[in-house]
Ligand binder design. Structure first.
Ligand code: OAD
Length: 239
């Protein structure tokens, strides 16, 4: 492992992807057993796919939300929560994941840029609601009463991720940027490392394999998130 040779760190931004939840039992998207190996994302994760075959899209996201009940946060989620609670400076956690494992691992702030499985969006009143039960094309919006207007509160391909302004401000102001478990192929998240670099940040990648943007990182730590994140958090808390 390369030593962490970073001058005084005060503001950290952490970007997580599907790899941080892999050891909890949730499939990633692009690994050999990944979700997009089994399903065509263009048939599920686009507004056009939802228009074409809403029943398929409801089934996919209801199943993924139900799957959360059978999995638990792992040591990487818990270590990142510990960093947020104990680090003397600021730690901003932004995730591409739509699961709830960071929160269940103890994180007190999580920015879900791609939405959440436990949230539903009404296309009539535009309100979001927490959701824990299955819903479909007949469901009624609990806020406005519209029928058949609920959709998964997930940012699909072709849509703009949430909270981009707040994320941009954090990236340009951070002195350490850490990406965990993301392949670096989906933008804008894949470009966050370059934004952080422009602001002068030190950059660290933790991933099982080289990501598509690995060349932008000062340090690469290749291995599983549960091992590498726990080790890095211990180093950061030791000062
Ligand atoms: P990917 O499936 O593209 O990448 C996951 C990365 O995690 C891969 O590079 C793996 O090598 C790595 N990995 C797997 N297991 C790991 C482990 N135990 N420890 C560390 N690394 C591990 O997932 P994302 O990059 O998150 O968007 O995908 C980005 C977006 O593409 C997702 O948010 C999703 C998807 O389409 C939407 O659905 C809008």
């Amino acid at each position: 492992m390369q030593p962490l040779n970073v001058p005084a760190v005060e503001r950290i931004v952490i970007l997580t992807g599907a790899g941080v939840s892999a050891e909890s039992g949730l499939a990633t998207f692009r690994d050999s057993d990944g979700l997009w190996e089994k399903h065509d994302p263009m048939q599920i994760a686009t507004p056009e796919a939802f228009e074409r075959d809403p029943a398929l899209v409801y089934r996919f996201y209801n199943a993924r939300r139900n799957q959360l009940q059978g999995v638990n946060p792992n040591a990487a989620h818990r270590a990142l929560a510990q960093l947020q609670q104990e680090f003397s400076g600021d730690v901003f956690l932004v995730t591409q994941n739509v699961d709830n494992l960071h929160e269940r691992g103890g994180s007190n702030q999580v920015c879900h840029m791609h939405g959440e499985l436990n949230s539903v969006l009404c296309r009539a009143c535009h309100a979001t609601q927490r959701v824990f039960e299955d819903y479909d094309g007949q469901s009624i919006c609990p806020r406005c009463g519209a029928s058949g207007k609920l959709r998964p509160d997930i940012v699909w391909f072709g849509e703009i991720p949430y909270h981009m302004e707040a994320i941009g401000a954090r990236l340009s102001g951070c002195d350490l940027f850490i990406a965990v478990g993301t392949s670096g192929v989906v933008y804008p998240a894949a470009g966050f490392v370059q934004e952080a670099l422009l602001g002068g940040a030190h950059t660290i990648e933790i991933n099982r394999e080289l990501s598509a943007v690995t060349g932008y990182f000062h340090h690469q730590r290749h291995g599983s998130a549960t091992v590498e994140v726990v080790a890095l958090v211990a180093e950061l808390l030791a000062g």
